[in-house]
Structures are given as structure tokens and as C-alpha cells.
Design a protein around this ligand. Structure first.
Ligand code: M6R
Length: 608
């Protein structure tokens, strides 16, 4: 995820900006840049790659020397990682800015600006805001910012320099976070506290559509009409490490809370005119139409995302999908035919078995599509087609936000394939895509609604030695992920079972008080699942049901019920995943485990 910093004060601005950007490296990035007022002019330096690459370039070409400026680390969404696409962007002679977030209507705005004679140099949505602000600027920064904000749609945080306001910095945000730090004689902007904690622990939280103005006399705030705003100064009592966790006790909890943003950042650039748009990844309607067999190959959580993909693609596009564990696939002589599509899902893009499976599939003539989070990783580089997920770096070993964006991409692909195959109409595809686009809002609500209840229920799991997750259809796919999450960080033995399969053997394991977590979000299967729940309840199980807010489930069936908002049935796994993640998190935490670094596990499994 992109990072923004800005500085006005007596120190060497370039040094402060690069130093502050280093503290945001944990967010992940593929290019970096700064812009500083030097001798009354804005000097920009930017480069693809790491901050060291930027520093080397500046050392060779001249480090901008001055006391006010902005900086940025970019995690590419619109346009490849390159020096031209990296920030800061100039909008013309008057405006230079950095941006975090996504401008949803950038295509329309770009067309309009081109019709007004504007020429663009990058592929980014950011340059569109820079050009628009430059176009609107007639000497009054607040008026120009307000007018620009009335024209752009999306989420963003901006750090802005106006060429004729030397030594001044403006900032504004909508949805994407931005803070304004203050210290004796100097001020800062940053997308996160860790960037500035070395310099100050005092900061203001910029709210939606508030404008901050920083200059050598201090900091002031106003609304879009220019009315002054008095804000409360906050004091962070974090050290550097705690600051990187954003105030959360563990990275896993932070990453669970980042899911709404991660999904939004992943899907927004892939929706155009209300329909899934994967052309940038070379996936066109025509290329999907001819596919008759799909394999999804991955490990662990990524494989569970593939299970969700199987249900969605088979149900909607009517294309058969085989989901394989990568370590099995590569040694079981899979019957791949030329033209089959093999989808590899991986957060790290470096998992040895997944990489080997992809190479095998390619060697057998399959087309390979990688769904990868880590930019430039081996799987991303070697695949024929590539969809990057934009979860940002995932630090906790237990995967949460990477899974969430992987399934979001599975839906986009499933909807697109169903449309290509003529299985759904364009209207239906548009409707489904609209529901997917609304998921981030429901995710926010789900996290807020279920956090406390999961914390409480986790107390009931602490002494368990064995545990079952059950579900049908998509709920079974989700149960597999819930079970893995719990076992890998709580060390409680757990299995996921297709609910209807219990009575063929596994039900004999049920003893008095054994926890059974039943995922029951699929309304079309609810009666069947409830029957299975009653079977385990009758044998003494302590039943925890995860269902939607309207599901008719009585107290006689469940000991605890965790309800999530009700949306389109096929998309329910995205919401129901949250309580499963939180149950695992709180259980591990309360058992005193190292939540982020569970024993015997590594984040990236680069060996067989
Ligand atoms: O980096 P990958 O997505 O390829 O990793 C695959 C698995 O190792 C990973 O999902 C693992 O199962 C997680 N620790 C589960 O939380």
C-alpha cells in the first residue's frame, strides 16, 4: 500500500522524507519519490525500486536541498511500477502532489482533461488528480482543492505543493488515512504514525474532507469552504514496533482490520462500467470463452481460496474446476490438456510447491494464470497471465487479508467467466459485481459487530483438545479455512468436515462439550445444515453457529450464534470469514501463544 510523508521545518527535508518513508516500508512498495522546494522551485526525484535505488539516483543526480516537501512510496495499482508512474506527479506548472488511494472516475476525468488540451505522461489515476487540480488552480489553494474534490470519486489522501506557495504544504483526505504531526518549529504529514514517531508523538487525525495547511509558522485546518477547524491534538504512546502495528496488539489483528481496504484496493481498478475488467491482466472475454477445464493449484489458505473459486466458477460459469494441493498436483501426473487453464494462487509468490506446479503445468501446454500478492515474485514473473492482489504486505504467518483478496479475485473471475460463457446476462453480471463492490462496507460492519462476541466465545474454546468445523457447499470451503486458522495459531486439533458426511464415521468423535463450529450462511442449504447441527448437538457437542442476521436458528440448536450481515448468498464467505479469523485470533491470544509467529511455521515456504 502506498505511503505518504511530508515535512516543513528547519531540518534537511530530503533526509527527513527518505527516513520517514523507510518507516513505512512495512506497507510494501515498488517505487519511491520526493519533491522539495529548492531555491523557490519544486525539484522532483523519483525512481522505480527500493528507497536505496532512489537514494542512489539522488546521490548521482543531486539531492533536492530545501526545508519543505513531500514524499511517497508507491504500490502500483494503475500502471506498472516505473519511474514515470511513481509519485510525486506534476499536474503542469502549478501543482505537484503525492496520492494514496484510488480515483474511481479517473478515466472520465482524463478524457475531459485531454479534450481541454492536457497531455499525460503516466498511466496513473494520480496524475489525473494532479492535472485536474492544476487546471482548477487560480491562486487560491483551498478553492482549487474544494473544486477538485467535488469532481473526483474514490478514496484518497493527498499531499500537495503549489509552485507559487513556496515553503507551504497542503493535505486533504477522503477515506484513506492521513495524520499531521507537530513538533517544535516543524510539522509533518504521514499516512501512518510510524513514519514520524522518531520526530514527534503528537499528531492530528485529519478527517474526511478536511484540509491541512503546513508552513514555517505552524499548522492550521479548514473545511472545503475555508472555515477554520479546531482539532484535538493526539499523543501516541507507542514505540516504533507498536507503531508499525498501528496500535493493534498483533499484526494478525491489524491485518484482519485492513481487509475492507484491501478488498477495495484489489477490486476497484478491476471494475469498469460496472463489470469485471481484467484486460490489464490479458484476460479477455474471448480468452475465457474457450476454456473448458480449470485447475486451481495452491497450498494452505491459498488453496482454500481456490475452493471458494471452484464453487463460484462451477456454479456460475458451468466450467469444471479441479482444486489441487500443489504438493500433490506436481507428483500425481495430472491429466492436463493443451489449452486447460491452471490458476496458481499464492500470497508470497514464492511457495516452492506452487511454483513447481506452475512450471509443470506450463511444460504440459496449459495456460497459467497467477493470483499473487507479492510484486515481482517468482510465480508472478513466470505466469502467462497475472492478477496482483493488493492486500499490502502480510506480516502475520496466519493469512487473513491475503485470503480475503484472493477470494475477491475468484468472484471477479467467476463473474467474468460466466458472462463470457453466456451463462449470465450483462445485467446480472453488473448486479453481482455491484454487490461485490459493496463488500468492503459490509466487512467494516462485520468486524465491528463480531469482534467482542468472538473474543467472548473464544474463552469457551481454550480447554478444547479437539474441534470440528462443519458446513455445506461454500460453507464447507470456508470451514476448511476456519479450521486451518484455528489449528495453526491455537495448536488445538481441528478438522473441517462436509456437514452431510459426518454420519459416515466422524460423528463418533463427538463427546460431551466438544466444540463444533457450524458455518451456515448458505440459505439454500440451511435446513440440511441445521439437521446436521442437531445431530451433533444431540450427542453433546457445544455448537457455535456462524450465520447471517436473518437465519432462523433456535437456541435449541446452538449454544452460541455469531451473526454477520446478510448479502448475496454466493458472497457470504467474504463476511463469514471474519468471525472465523477472530475466533482463531482470540483463542490463540488467550492461550498465551505467539499469535504472529506460531511454532514450526514460516511465512513463506520456499522449500519442498
Ligand atoms: O504464500 P502462499 O500463499 O503461497 O502460502 C501458502 C501457504 O503456505 C499459506 O497460505 C499458509 O497456509 C498460511 N500460513 C495459512 O495461514
Amino acid at each position: 500500500m502506498c505511503g505518504i510523508v511530508g515535512y516543513v521545518g528547519p531540518k534537511d527535508c530530503s533526509e527527513v522524507l527518505v527516513d520517514a518513508l523507510r518507516k513505512l516500508e512495512y506497507r510494501g512498495y515498488d517505487s519511491a519519490g520526493i519533491a522539495v522546494f529548492e531555491d523557490g522551485k519544486i525539484k522532483v526525484a523519483k525512481e522505480k525500486g527500493r528507497l536505496d535505488d532512489l537514494q542512489a539516483k539522488m546521490n548521482a543526480e543531486g539531492v533536492p536541498a530545501g526545508n519543505a516537501g513531500i514524499g511517497h512510496t508507491r504500490w502500483a495499482t494503475h500502471g506498472i511500477p516505473s519511474a514515470v508512474n511513481s509519485h510525486p506527479h506534476k499536474g503542469g506548472e502549478k501543482v505537484t502532489l503525492v496520492h494514496n488511494g484510488i480515483i474511481e472516475n479517473y478515466k472520465e476525468l482524463k478524457e475531459y482533461l485531454i479534450s481541454q488540451g492536457r497531455v499525460f505522461v503516466s498511466e496513473t489515476d494520480t496524475e489525473v488528480v494532479a492535472q485536474l487540480l492544476d487546471f482548477n488552480y487560480e491562486g487560491d489553494p483551498i478553492k482549487a482543492i474544494a473544486k477538485t474534490l467535488s469532481q473526483v470519486e474514490g478514496s484518497f489522501a493527498l499531499g500537495i505543493l503549489f509552485a507559487d506557495r513556496v515553503g507551504e504544504l497542503f493535505a486533504v483526505r477522503r477515506e484513506s488515512p492521513l495524520i499531521v504531526g507537530v513538533s517544535e518549529g516543524e510539522s509533518f504529514i504521514a499516512s501512518d504514525v510510524p513514519a514520524i514517531i522518531k520526530y514527534t508523538n503528537q499528531y492530528y487525525l485529519l478527517e474526511h474532507d478536511e484540509i491541512a495547511h503546513l508552513d514555517f509558522s505552524g499548522v492550521s485546518f479548514c473545511d472545503l469552504e475555508g472555515n477554520a477547524i479546531v482539532k484535538e491534538l493526539k499523543v501516541a504512546d507507542w514505540n516504533q514496533e507498536a507503531a508499525e502495528k498501528g496500535g493493534y496488539e498483533h499484526f494478525m489483528l491489524k491485518e484482519i482490520h485492513e481487509q475492507p481496504t484491501a478488498v477495495k484496493t484489489t477490486i476497484t481498478p478491476r471494475i469498469s462500467d460496472g463489470l469485471p475488467c481484467l484486460e490489464e491482466c490479458s484476460i479477455t472475454v474471448d480468452s475465457l470463452r474457450d476454456i473448458n477445464q480449470i485447475y486451481i493449484v495452491a497450498c494452505g489458505t491459498a488453496m482454500h481460496a481456490g475452493m471458494v473459486g471452484k464453487y463460484v466458477i462451477e456454479k456460475m460459469a458451468k466450467v469444471p474446476v479441479i482444486v489441487d494441493i500443489a504438493s500433490e498436483f506436481r507428483y500425481r501426473d495430472p491429466l492436463i490438456k493443451e489449452g486447460d487453464l491452471v490458476i496458481i494462487i499464492s500470497q508470497s509468490g514464492e511457495t516452492a510447491d506452487s511454483l513447481a506446479a506452475m512450471r509443470l503445468a506450463k511444460s504440459m501446454g496449459a495456460k497459467t494464470l497467477a493470483i499473487v500478492n507479492a510484486k515481482g515474485s517468482s510465480i508472478a514473473r513466470e505466469a502467462d497471465m497475472l492478477i496482483y492482489t493488493h492486500a499490502g504486505p502480510e506480516i502475520a504467518v496466519a493469512s487473513t487479508k491475503a485470503y480475503m483478496v484472493q477470494i475477491a479475485v475468484m468472484y471477479l473471475l467467476g463473474f467474468k467467466m460466466a458472462l463470457s460463457k453466456g451463462q449470465i446476462t450483462e445485467d446480472e453480471c453488473r448486479r453481482l459485481t455491484g454487490v461485490l463492490a459493496s463488500v468492503p462496507v459490509y466487512l467494516e460492519k462485520t468486524i465491528a459487530d463480531v469482534d467482542d462476541v468472538c473474543n467472548d466465545i473464544a474463552t469457551q474454546l481454550l480447554e478444547a483438545e479437539n474441534l470440528l468445523y462443519i458446513g455445506r457447499g461454500l460453507d464447507y470451503a470456508l470451514s476448511m479455512e476456519g479450521s486451518l486458522k484455528l489449528k495453526e495459531i491455537s495448536y488445538i486439533h481441528s478438522e473441517a468436515y462436509a456437514a452431510g458426511e459426518l454420519k459416515h464415521g466422524t460423528i463418533s468423535l463427538i463427546t460431551d462439550g466438544m466444540p463444533v463450529i457450524a458455518v451456515a450462511t448458505q440459505n439454500s442449504l440451511l435446513d440440511k445444515t441445521v439437521s446436521n447441527i442437531k445431530e451433533v448437538k444431540a450427542r453433546g457437542a457445544m455448537v457455535i453457529v456462524v450465520c447471517d442476521e436473518e437465519a432462523q436458528i433456535g437456541a435449541d440448536v446452538a449454544d452460541y450464534i455469531i451473526r454477520v450481515p446478510k448479502i448475496e448468498e454466493s458472497l457470504m464467505p467474504m463476511l463469514a470469514a471474519v468471525p472465523l479469523q477472530l475466533l482463531a485470533y482470540y483463542t490463540s491470544y488467550k492461550r498465551g501463544n505467539d499469535v504472529d509467529k506460531p511454532r514450526n511455521l514460516a511465512k513463506s515456504v520456499t522449500v519442498e
